[in-house]
Every structure is written in structure tokens, then in C-alpha cells.
Design a protein around this ligand. Structure first.
Ligand SMILES: Cc1cc2nc3c(=O)[nH]c(=O)nc-3n(C[C@H](O)[C@H](O)[C@H](O)COP(=O)(O)O)c2cc1C
Length: 216
């Protein structure tokens, strides 16, 4: 075969192979561009989703406010704080309750006398700023089937009108219902949500599950 023709065939083959490689590589590039666009879209969708979630959880400011004489209610309050991300605030009595104050076997113990006195309003050490909160989890131990009187002091000292309050309590065995009716009757301008009583051995999981069931 004429050498010129052979050279021409080789040149055509080289060009054809070059074009083939370019087509294949540009197809791959388009595919990877598409993939990365898809990824971006997914990322954007996800980030929009998480933004919406944040808006939902951010639009209500939550506080977990509690009184606890011996630490049981405090533990549950911490679990609620972990589950909600709300601010944890303790109602600290001006005069701390000693063991003998809490002796419910003695009619003359401080706690028993307070519970028997409808006018008793034990002082709180420091005013709690509740203005910024829309939702308050309010915790206390059950004393003689009811809220400790210091909880009524808290209700007296704060403007809680139109706030949503979710009571929670701990006890040896008594349920929450007696204390719930006291609270509901005491301030009818609060949006009370029926709360829950917990035993001392309650776990974080149990509390988190309860928190997740509540809608407000
Ligand atoms: C004065 C007083 C009265 C109580 N009355 C009851 C009661 O009526 N029913 C009950 O189940 N537990 C009762 N208890 C037990 C507490 O509710 C329980 O130990 C609670 O979990 C304590 O919470 P705290 O550690 O946060 O103070 C009483 C405790 C005290 C000190």
C-alpha cells in the first residue's frame, strides 16, 4: 500500500481515538457534575429541613423550673433539660429545709406545719426571671398529696398568665392528680398541661419519651 495512504489511515485513527477519549471524559464530567448537583440539592433540602426544625424548636423558649428538697425531683428536672434543651432553674428556699424540717412523721415539723397552713408561703431566695419563657416544666416533690407551699409562692411572685406550664413531680407513691387540681385552681390564666409523676428510679429514656409525647 502506498505510504501516503497508510499515514492518512494512521492520522484518521489517532484523531478518532482522541475524539473518543474526549467524548468519554466529557460524559463522565457531565455525570459527576450532575451527581454533585444532586448532592447539593439534597444538602440544601437537608439544611432547609434542619432550619425548619430549628425554627420550630426555637420559636418556643423552654425553662425547667423546679423545687427539690432531697434531690429526686432535681434529677428528673435535669433529664427534662437534656430532652428539651431548655434552661434549668432551681427554686431555692430562702431557708433551706433540714432533715428535721422534712420529718413527715412529726406533726410539728416545718414541712408538715406549712402543708397544714393554707396561708403558708415559704420565701424563695432569689427572684426567677420567667418573662422570656413560653413553656415552663414545673417540678416539685409531692408533700401530703399536694404541691409544697413554696410552689404557691412561686406562682404568687411571677406573672405566668398565658404561659404553658407542664407540671411534673416525684413521690413515694402518690400520683400527680391532687397537685394538678391545686395548680389549675390557683391560677386559671395559665395554660396548664396535665403532667406526670415519676418514681425515684426513673431513667433518662422514660423522661425523654414523655417529653416527646407532649405537644404545645
Ligand atoms: C413532708 C413530706 C410529705 C410527703 N408526702 C408524700 C405523699 O403524700 N405521698 C408520697 O408518695 N410521698 C410523699 N413524700 C415523699 C416525697 O414526695 C418523695 O420522697 C420525693 O421524691 C422527694 O423529692 P425531692 O427529693 O425532690 O425533695 C413526702 C415527703 C415529705 C418530706
Amino acid at each position: 500500500m502506498n505510504k501516503k495512504i497508510i499515514d492518512l489511515i494512521i492520522a484518521i485513527l489517532v484523531i478518532a481515538v482522541g475524539i473518543g477519549i474526549w467524548i468519554i471524559s466529557s460524559n463522565n464530567k457531565t455525570e459527576s457534575d450532575n451527581n454533585s448537583n444532586n448532592t447539593n440539592t439534597t444538602e440544601n433540602e437537608n439544611s432547609n429541613e434542619s432550619q425548619e426544625e430549628n425554627i420550630n424548636s426555637d420559636d418556643k423558649k423552654v425553662a425547667v423550673i423546679y423545687f427539690s428538697a432531697t434531690g429526686t425531683t432535681k434529677k428528673v428536672a435535669r433529664y427534662i433539660k437534656n430532652a428539651t434543651g431548655g434552661d434549668l432553674i432551681e427554686i431555692v428556699p430562702k431557708e433551706k429545709y433540714t432533715d428535721s424540717d422534712l420529718n413527715y412523721g412529726n406533726d410539728n415539723s416545718r414541712a408538715n406545719k406549712e402543708q397544714n397552713d393554707s396561708n403558708a408561703r415559704p420565701e424563695i431566695k432569689k427572684h426567677i426571671n420567667t418573662d422570656n419563657y413560653d413553656v415552663i416544666y414545673l417540678g416539685y416533690p409531692i408533700w401530703w398529696g399536694d404541691v409544697p407551699k413554696i410552689i404557691l409562692t412561686f406562682l404568687d411572685n411571677h406573672n405566668l398568665n398565658d404561659k404553658t406550664i407542664i407540671p411534673f413531680c416525684t413521690s413515694g407513691s402518690t400520683g400527680i392528680s391532687g397537685s394538678l387540681s391545686t395548680l389549675k385552681n390557683y391560677n386559671k390564666n395559665v395554660n396548664w398541661i396535665d403532667g406526670k409523676r415519676f418514681a425515684s428510679g426513673v431513667s433518662q429514656n422514660e423522661v425523654t419519651n414523655w417529653v416527646n409525647e407532649i405537644s404545645y
